[in-house]
Write a protein that binds this ligand. Structure first.
Ligand code: DHE
Length: 497
């Protein structure tokens, strides 16, 4: 018998066991072979989402690894576990979290080239064609399968169900008459949909990584706030054609990302939070606007803000400072700090009258408590303990309760109803025990509250807002936000703006 030398055995073993290491260059080649056809040259996105570090910031590398290996159910993302080795998948994951070799750009020409008109609005009827109350429709984002459903808010029947761009985020915004709804996806796709005719009108990619959009109160303009590139993109609200882009550059020349943009109806202006410079901007859209920003010095970088009911003040939050500040839009001065200890999910705060005075309340994403502030003195009135940190809060003028979810932790199936006068938790509901309950929106008259069970086998549940009885359950795949047209266009108390 021929003996294999011991050293050779060791060597063979070492060769078999040694982890194959895939360099970033090799991973780049793998990307071109396996991923580019869907995710685009330079990872900018295509049929599949963009895969830039900015786009992946909310996904942990382990999750990205699992998606490449197993694919993503209910999407076109195939499983590559049988085609790529673990080392190759690891290499690809490292590659995706690296900045692109060529810094990504998105020019006016790119925006124009992405613009698609999908229906001729002038040829469509200008009155609702669905027979339901146009001011009591609900637009529901079904995040699990990237779809949007339109529901009749009187009968809770579905009027339409259509695919959206990948990962819509933030509240859709409406034209002042409620006919058109505007969506923004995290990858920068903006779409406009006609709720009278239940048809998509146009879409455009306004950026590579977008925060949110706002619609002017005269219905003429859409302003999009982007992280990548750091700018504002102004679109014609009729068909989303590009008007111009406005670089987010501070007075001292520092480039910034845009945190968020909202419309301030009584001021006829857009108000903008900047993430990397200590400025808030106001851009008037009254008359024939030039969209030159009025720069307001802020006491900190801004992640987001809410308005007071009269739109004079901003309650602005900054994740870096773990707190907030009040900015007076009339004087352009920061007035005071506000205590928000656990960082609100931005855009989540609501206000209501307690006794004769306005109060403002918001959940905190890193602490199980609701902060309630007095809007006259800016003082903290109460921190209401909850079963865990929450994301969203909602009420209605006709409801005695503010509904708030417990989004994180073992009790994320709970929803608290806070008595708006005593500021105590009056009821705790568990709509589907063990499944994450989140995000509520009321019908226009406040009689019913619609709640999401944020699960693959989830549901949209309709409650009688007074008796708290369940009225209807519509199965859905991770329904996230839902938006009542009437509440939105009235900028109603208790809903998001
Ligand atoms: Fe949101 C609204 C920011 C993570 C679902 N979110 C908003 C808004 C901002 C914001 C600024 C208000 C914009 C608007 O409505 O015009 N969100 C952020 C973040 O900074 C954060 C913490 C991290 C991030 O990477 O963006 C974040 N948000 C999330 C999520 O993980 C959620 C739960 C799932 C998702 O879709 O990504 C989520 N955000 C939402 C929803 C709204 C929202 C459903 C609209 C709420 C509304 O009722 O109007």
């Amino acid at each position: 018998m021929r003996l294999i030398p011991f050293a050779l055995l060791i060597l063979c073993g070492a060769v078999q066991a040694a982890p194959e290491v895939v360099s970033l260059d090799q991973a780049g080649v793998l990307y071109e072979q396996h991923c580019q056809s869907c995710h685009g040259v330079n990872r900018l996105g295509g049929a599949g989402p963009a895969l830039l570090p900015e786009s992946l910031s909310r996904i942990k590398p382990d999750e990205a690894r699992a998606v490449i290996h197993n694919g993503r159910p209910a999407s076109q993302m195939a499983a590559f576990g049988d085609r790529l080795s673990s080392a190759q998948i690891d290499g690809l994951v490292s590659y995706l979290y690296q900045p692109a070799a060529t810094a990504p750009t998105w020019s006016d020409d790119d925006i124009r080239a992405s613009h698609r008109i999908l229906a001729d609005v002038a040829a469509l009827p200008s009155t609702p064609q669905h027979g339901a109350d146009p001011l009591n429709l609900f637009v529901v984002v079904e995040a699990g399968n990237h779809h949007v459903r339109v529901l009749d808010g009187d009968r809770f029947e579905e009027l339409a169900n259509f695919p959206s761009h990948f990962a819509l985020h933030g509240g859709p915004k409406f034209s002042p008459d409620g006919r058109f709804v505007y969506f923004a996806s995290r990858d920068g796709w903006i779409s406009v949909y006609d709720l009278h005719n239940l048809t998509m009108i146009a879409e455009v990619r306004a950026g590579l990584n977008t925060r949110n959009l706002a619609v002017s109160n005269d219905g003429r303009w859409v302003l999009v706030g982007n992280y990548l590139p750091g700018n504002l993109v102004l679109l014609d609200a009729r068909d989303l054609s590009l008007v111009k882009h406005i670089p987010a550059v501070a007075a001292d020349g520092t480039q910034s990302r845009v945190s968020a943009v909202y419309t301030a109806p009584p001021r006829d202006s857009f108000v903008v939070a900047l993430k990397d410079v200590k400025e808030a901007w106001e851009l008037s859209y009254a008359g024939e606007p030039d969209f030159q920003p009025r720069r307001i010095e802020a006491a900190d970088f801004l992640d987001d803000f809410s308005f007071t009911p009269d739109y004079r003040y901003l309650l602005a939050t900054s994740r870096k400072a773990l707190g907030g500040q009040v900015i007076d839009l009339d004087t352009g001065k920061a007035v005071t700090d506000i205590p928000l200890p656990g960082m609100p999910h931005l855009g989540s705060g609501i206000y209501w009258k307690r006794g004769g005075d306005w109060v403002f309340a918001t959940p905190n994403v890193s602490k199980g408590l609701i902060s309630v502030l007095d809007l006259q003195s800016w003082k903290l009135i109460k921190e209401i303990p909850t079963e865990g940190p929450g994301f969203f809060m909602r009420s209605h003028l006709n409801s005695p309760y503010a509904w708030t979810d417990v989004f994180f932790g073992p009790n994320n199936d709970a929803v608290h109803l806070i008595d708006k006068q005593t500021l105590e938790v009056a009821h705790t509901l568990r709509p589907m025990p063990g499944k994450n309950a989140a995000h509520v929106e009321f019908t226009n008259d406040g009689r019913y509250a619609l709640l999401s069970v944020w699960d693959t086998d989830g549901a949209l549940i309709v409650y009688d807002a007074k008796t708290l009885e369940e009225v209807k359950r519509i199965p859905m795949n991770k329904p996230s936000g839902k938006y009542n047209v009437g509440n939105k266009i009235e900028f109603a108390e208790g809903t998001s703006h």
